[in-house]
Design a protein around this ligand. Structure first.
Ligand SMILES: *Cc1c(COP(=O)(O)O)cnc(C)c1O
Length: 387
C-alpha cells in the first residue's frame, strides 16, 4: 500500500478561500441558479482597447517568444523606474532595485522564501489578503503573528501594541484589501520608522495604489526617508488595467531584498513572457505625470459609482458600511458569524466573502467586491432586503 502524505508545511495551509467559494458558485450555477457574485476581486470590465491592441501586436512578434529572465527585461525595469519617478517622485535604479513578477502574488510568497527561516516570526495584518500568511510565511516554515486591524484604528496597525519586535518581516497593504482603508504619509512614516527601529523587513503591497477616489493619491513607502534601507514594495498591473489573467507585476526597493527575491525566482520561474512585459512598458508609459490614462480614470469612476450605490442601499437596509476612498471593496459589518451570514446570502443567490476568511479579526464583517455592473448590485441589494 502506498502512503501519500502532504508535507507538514502544506498540511498547515487552510483551503484557499476563493477556490472554496468558486466551488459553491459552480455547483449553484449547474443547478440553474441565478447567481450574483460580489465575492472575488477580479474586475468584470475588459482591459482598455490599447492593451488589447498591443497584446496582439507584441504577441505576433516572433522575437517575443523566447525566455525572458527571472528578473525581467532591462527595458521593463527601466520603464518601472521611470514610472516610479513620474508617479511618486522616487528614484529607483532599474538595474538593481526592480524586478518583474508574474503577478505580485508570487512575489509576495517568494519574498518570504528568500528571507524567512523556519521558526522566524512574521507580522501579518489580520484581516488580510491570505497569501501573506499562507503562500508566504507558512510555506517558508515561518510563524505568522497577527496584527489586528480594528475599526477603532481605521483599520491601521496599532504599532505601539506590537510586542514581537524580534520579527523578521512585516507585510502591510494600503489601500487595503479587504477593508478599503487608506493611510497618509504621516502614518506611513510611523510604519517605516517602526521597521527601521526594529530591523524588520517591510514588505509593502501597493496593488491598489491606482484605484483611488476623490483626489486621494496613494503614497509609495519610498516617499519616506530611510524606507529603501529596509523595504520592498509590490505593484501590479492586474487591478489597474483589468488584466488579472495576464500576470504582470513588479517589485521595487532595497537592492539586497530584490536580489534575494531574484535568487529564489531564478530557481523557480523564467519571468513573465516578453510580450506581456512589452505591453506593460507601453501601459506604464501611458501615464501623464502622476495621472493614469483617461480610460483608467473612467474605470475608477465606475467603481466609485458602484460603491456609492451599494453603500447607500446597504445603509438603508440597516447594514453598517461606508464608501471607501480606494480599492473596489466595501467592508460591511454583519450580524452574527460572517460565514453564517454569507451562507444566507448564497441561498438567495448573492455571493460575498465572509470576513473570517481573511483572518479571525475579520469576523463580524463581510466583503463586497464591486466587480459587477450597477444593475447586478441593485438586484443583489433587493435580494438582501428580502432577507
Ligand atoms: C489582487 C491582489 C494582489 C495581486 O495581484 P496579482 O494579480 O498577483 O498581481 C496583491 N495583493 C492584494 C491585496 C490583492 O488584492
Amino acid at each position: 500500500m502506498f502512503k501519500i502524505d502532504l508535507s507538514d508545511r502544506v498540511k498547515q495551509l487552510p483551503p484557499y478561500l476563493f477556490a472554496e467559494i468558486e466551488r459553491i458558485v459552480q455547483q449553484k450555477k449547474r443547478t440553474g441558479n441565478n447567481i450574483i457574485s460580489l465575492s472575488i476581486g477580479d474586475p468584470d470590465l475588459p482591459p482598455p482597447p490599447f492593451i488589447l491592441n498591443w497584446l496582439s501586436e507584441e504577441a505576433a512578434n516572433p522575437d517575443n517568444h523566447n525566455y525572458s529572465s527571472s528578473k525581467g527585461e532591462t527595458r521593463f525595469r527601466d520603464a518601472v523606474s521611470t514610472w516610479m519617478d513620474d508617479r511618486f517622485k522616487v528614484h529607483i535604479n532599474g538595474e538593481a532595485e526592480a524586478c518583474a513578477l508574474m503577478g505580485s502574488k508570487e512575489g509576495l510568497s517568494n519574498i518570504a522564501r528568500a528571507f524567512v527561516n523556519p521558526g522566524d516570526k512574521v507580522l501579518v495584518p489580520n484581516p488580510s489578503y491570505p497569501v501573506y500568511a499562507n503562500g508566504g510565511v507558512l510555506l517558508s516554515g515561518g510563524v505568522p503573528i497577527s496584527i489586528p486591524l480594528l475599526k477603532e484604528n481605521n483599520f491601521l496597525p496599532d504599532l505601539d501594541s506590537i510586542s514581537s519586535s524580534n520579527a523578521k518581516m512585516i507585510f502591510l497593504n494600503y489601500p487595503n484589501n479587504p477593508t478599503g482603508a487608506i493611510l497618509d504619509k504621516k502614518f506611513l512614516k510611523q510604519i517605516v520608522d517602526f521597521a527601521l527601529a526594529n530591523n524588520i523587513i517591510l514588505c509593502y503591497d501597493n496593488a491598489y495604489s491606482e484605484i483611488t477616489f476623490n483626489g486621494y493619491k496613494a503614497p509609495s513607502i519610498f516617499e519616506i526617508k530611510g524606507a529603501k534601507d529596509i523595504g520592498i514594495e509590490f505593484h501590479s498591473l492586474s487591478k489597474t488595467f483589468n488584466m488579472t489573467g495576464d500576470r504582470i507585476a513588479f517589485a521595487v526597493g532595497n537592492e539586497q531584498l530584490i536580489s534575494g527575491l531574484v535568487k529564489v525566482k531564478s530557481q523557480i520561474d523564467s519571468g513573465p513572457s516578453k510580450y506581456i512585459q512589452r505591453v506593460a512598458i507601453r501601459a506604464l508609459q501611458k501615464y501623464k505625470g502622476s495621472d493614469p490614462p483617461k480610460y483608467i480614470q473612467k474605470n475608477i469612476s465606475v467603481y466609485q459609482r458602484r460603491a456609492e450605490v451599494l453603500v447607500t442601499r446597504l445603509q438603508n437596509i440597516g447594514l453598517e458600511c461606508t464608501v471607501p476612498q480606494a480599492t473596489f471593496y466595501v467592508w460591511v459589518k454583519c450580524k452574527g458569524a460572517s460565514m453564517d451570514f454569507a451562507r444566507k446570502l448564497i441561498d438567495v443567490g448573492v455571493i460575498v466573502t465572509p470576513g473570517v476568511g481573511f483572518g479571525e479579526w475579520g469576523e463580524g464583517y463581510i466583503r463586497f467586491a464591486l466587480t459587477r455592473p450597477i444593475k447586478d448590485i441593485e438586484e443583489a441589494c433587493r435580494r438582501i432586503e428580502q432577507l
